[in-house]
Structure formats: C-alpha cells, structure tokens
Design a protein around this ligand. Structure first.
Ligand code: SAM
Length: 482
C-alpha cells in the first residue's frame, strides 16, 4: 500500500523528526493496525469473553487490558456478536486516552467530544454501572450515532447531549471528577486508516484546528472539580495542536498542572522544543510529561495525550446556574407508570427500581442517572437509559432495555447461537417459526409475549412469540446489512 502524504506535512515532519523521519515515513507502507476492545459490561463474567473468536483475542494491546490487535482480514463488524455490543472496533492507540484518565466506578465523567462513542463506551465499561457519564458531541447527526453506540454497549448510567462546550460549562461548572477532551483535529494520525482524512487535511488545517481546540479546552477545565483529572487527546502530530494547546492552557493558571501519565513508559514524551523559540518557556518540563504515540514506535496509528490535574485547593469554579426543578424531564403519570410496570414485569425478572428517578422524554420512559443536575434548556439526545416507549396508551420494551440486561434477566428468552442461520435472519428483521419448547421460560411464565433473542447467551433484541412464530421486534435502523 502506498500513501501519498501531503507535501507540507512531509516537509514539516522531516524537519521535526530529523533522523527518525525515514522510519516514520516507512510506517505508512505498512497496513493500518486494527483493534477490538471487549465491553466489560457484557464480558465481565467468567467464560463470557471465551465465546468471542479466539483469533481476535490473541494479541493484547499493552496499554489497554481489554484491547486486542486484530489479525489481518478479520471482520468483527460482520459477526452477530458485534450486534450484541460485546466488543467495539477501535484503533489501538485510540484506546490510550481513557486508560490515562483512570476512571473509577462512582466517578462523574464528561466526554466532551464523544461521537461516535469509542471512548465513551470504554469509559462506561470502567464505571461498571456506577457514577455518571455525560457524553456530548456538538454535531447533531454524530450525537445520534453516539447514542446508538451507548445503547449497543448496554450502558445504563449515561446521558447523551448535543451541546456546545460554552453552554455546558455554564451548567456543569466544577461538577466532574474526570473529563475527556478527545478534540477534533487535523487527523495526521489517520492517514493510513482513513484515506478521506488525507482529502480533508487541507480543509481542516492545523491553525484552524488549534484555535478550536484551545477554546474547547478552556471551557472544559471550568467543568472540572478541584482535585479532578482531565485528559486532552488528539490523533494528530503537529505540535501546534498538541503541546501548543496545553502550553496555552497552563499559561497563567497555577491551579492546573500536567501529571506523569500512568503508562508513560510505553510511550514517547511530549516535544516542547517543537514549539520554537520561547514557545514552551518555563512549561517545558510540564509538556515533556505529556505523551506521544508514534506509528513507527508502537503498534498503532498515533495519538497525543496530556493528563492534567486541577489542584485540590483551586478556587471553586463559578457555581452552576442550573434551575432546581428539571421541568424538561417530567416524571411518568400514574397511568403511564402502571402501563410500564405491567409490561416490564412481563419481560424482565429483575426488580424495577421504583425509588430511582424515572422520567418521560419524547415518548420514552427513561431511568435518569443519579446525581444528574437539571438539563433544562440544553439539547438532550437521551437523558438516561430508555427502557421502553409509550404508544397509544400501551407500553413496549425498548431495544436499549434488551441490550442493557443479561439473558437471565428475561422472563422469556431463546438462544440460537451465533452460527445458527436464525440469528442472521433475526438481525435482518424476519419472522421466525419457533416452537414453544425452544423458549426458555421463567417459572410460571407462558410462552406468549416478549422474548429476548440471544446469541451465545448475549442479548440481541426482542421478539414477540405467538402461535409458533417469533414476530420480529429488531429495530429497522439497526438491521443486518450484507
Ligand atoms: C476525534 S472526534 C471524537 C472521537 C470520539 N472521542 C471517539 O472515541 O469515538 C472529535 C469529535 O468532536 C466533535 N466536535 C467538534 N467540535 C466540537 C465542539 N466544539 N464541541 C463538542 N464536540 C465537538 C466532532 O463532531 C467529533 O465527533
């Protein structure tokens, strides 16, 4: 494979990398590194991960305990397991920023530039269902794609927003323990993986990107708690978009400092000297603590990341201007709740946590994550886990419910196995002839009603059984395409 690198990119990298440049350029003659990351929300129990193709789990990514290099020719996106959200396809160096953020269960985390959700789903795996994830992207269509991946991953404690950093910082001042800013960038580390990035490179030049990154980051730090950690990352190599953005942020802000990245020994240091005369000044040591992932030094396409801590004694950010009552998220009416409760009891064994905060949103019943401030006035894509929808006085379980529970939580289930022809036919939206004796029923349940369809024990979606047929409830927008 030969990639024609933009001439000014080659010239700049040659000057910066000097004797290392030939090795760097040679890396563009090798195939892109593809990776897969297991979803701990679905593969955390003993034996679950063993069901995934062994060849895809042979080569671990050194900086990500759930990440693997894919062998050439592997097509995990064309496997029923993909539709169960048990893994995500992610370029290996893109797995590093969330590992550096060091998310713990119970944290309040913001992923500010989150679509399509590779890193948000990684964060959700680390939260393990406890704490809060606010996943945001300012692009409306990309925010929808983000929601789809959050639902596919079976995340129950995430809110998806479609907002600007400025509007969010007014609402969430000093609120988050951890923030990821995986910034839009000129994408120099994507040339091998995605030739479209080469075409877009001139349109999204380094100067334009660095201006955007500085303004996003300035808003992001306002939302960080004293003592909180922020990771800034890009998939580009230019110093202006990396060390330059961090230098600008740290300048005159003694409450912020870079810290040694936990996995620093695996990566190369930041390059303050590339900022030129007077560019880094007294910040040179701080910038050397940031990390660079180079395609000629590691197996990955390349990334930059800086870990920044806000001093625990930093003055609190301006208090949030959130309204006390959230009128944008009304609680279900008594009749809505009873319709929902009746159907949910027909579908799932798990207790319905009535004392949690439930809200109706766009015809959906959603479980709002604990500790969420008011979202009133913000562009909300989804305020929590949507467990079902109301239609003409009736309630139906959602696809997000199917993907967010375990097979044993369902009252009725049926498993065809990933290799069974019925599994693909189910994912294509077909009705399936199925005997009542093929269903697994909870004690006391009859065969008629909602059935969770699973593959190798991993939920794929709902069907409705009646008179020997499974009527397909798989959402048309999610269907299998050849
Ligand atoms: C590098 S991508 C993020 C990739 C993502 N973190 C993942 O791992 O899947 C950058 C994202 O930032 C979004 N974006 C651009 N400008 C933004 C802004 N001002 N505020 C929030 N998001 C922005 C873009 O729409 C894009 O989806």
């Amino acid at each position: 494979m030969t990639i024609k690198l933009p001439e000014h990119f080659r010239e700049r990298m040659k000057e910066l990398l000097a004797s290392e440049y030939d090795e760097f350029e040679a890396s563009y003659g090798r195939p892109a590194q593809a990776g897969l990351r297991l979803n701990p929300l679905k593969t955390g129990k003993p034996g679950q991960a063993d069901k995934i193709a062994p060849a895809w789990r042979e080569q671990p990514v050194p900086w990500c305990p759930t990440g693997y290099y894919l062998p050439e020719g592997a097509r995990p996106g064309k496997h029923p397991h993909y539709h169960a959200g048990i893994y995500f396809i992610q370029e290996p160096s893109a797995m590093a920023p969330v590992e550096l953020l060091d998310v713990k269960p119970g944290d309040r985390v913001l992923d500010l530039c989150a679509a399509p959700g590779g890193k948000s789903t990684q964060i959700a795996g680390k939260l393990a269902g406890s704490g809060l994830l606010v996943s945001n992207d300012n692009h409306p269509d990309r925010a929808k794609a983000l929601l789809k991946n959050i639902e596919l991953a079976g995340v129950r404690n995430a809110v998806v927003l479609n907002e600007t950093p400025e509007r969010l910082s007014g609402r969430f001042a000093g609120f988050f323990d951890k923030i990821l800013v995986d910034a839009p960038c000129s994408g120099e580390g994507m040339f091998r993986k995605d030739p479209d990035m080469l075409r877009a490179y001139d349109a999204y030049g380094v100067d334009r990107c660095s201006a955007m990154q500085r303004s996003i980051l300035a808003e992001a730090v306002k939302m960080l708690k004293p003592g909180g950690t922020l990771v800034y990352s890009t998939c580009t190599f230019s110093a202006e978009e990396n060390e330059g953005v961090i230098a600008e942020l740290l300048k005159d802000r003694p409450e912020l400092e870079t810290v040694e990245a936990p996995l620093r020994h695996l990566f190369a240091p930041g390059r303050p000297e590339w900022l030129g005369e007077g560019g880094a000044g007294s910040l040179a040591d701080s910038l050397r603590r940031t990390v660079r992932l180079w395609p000629h030094r590691i197996r990955g396409e390349g990334h930059y990341a800086a870990v920044i801590r806000k001093h625990p004694d930093a003055a609190d950010s301006e208090p949030s201007r959130a309204p006390r009552e959230d009128r944008s998220l009304p609680a279900p009416t008594r009749s809505e709740w009873s319709a929902a409760e009746e159907t949910l009891r027909e579908c799932v064994n798990a207790p319905i946590e009535k004392d949690r905060r439930w809200a109706t949103f766009g015809g959906l019943l959603t479980l709002v994550p604990e500790g969420l401030p008011s979202l009133e006035g913000l562009r909300v894509v989804r305020p929590g886990w949507a467990v079902g929808s109301f239609k003409k006085g009736r309630f139906a379980p959602s696809h997000a419910l199917a993907l967010g529970i375990a097979a044993e939580d369902a009252i009725r289930s049926v498993d065809f196995g990933a290799d069974h022809p019925y599994t693909i036919r189910y994912l294509k939206g077909e009705t399936l002839e199925t005997g009542a004796d093929e269903l697994k029923l909870s004690p006391g349940a009859g065969p008629k009603g909602f059935v969770l369809v699973t593959a190798d024990g991993f939920p794929l979606g709902w069907a409705k059984w009646q008179d020997g047929y499974l009527k397909n409830e798989y959402p048309p927008a999610w269907r299998w395409t050849p």
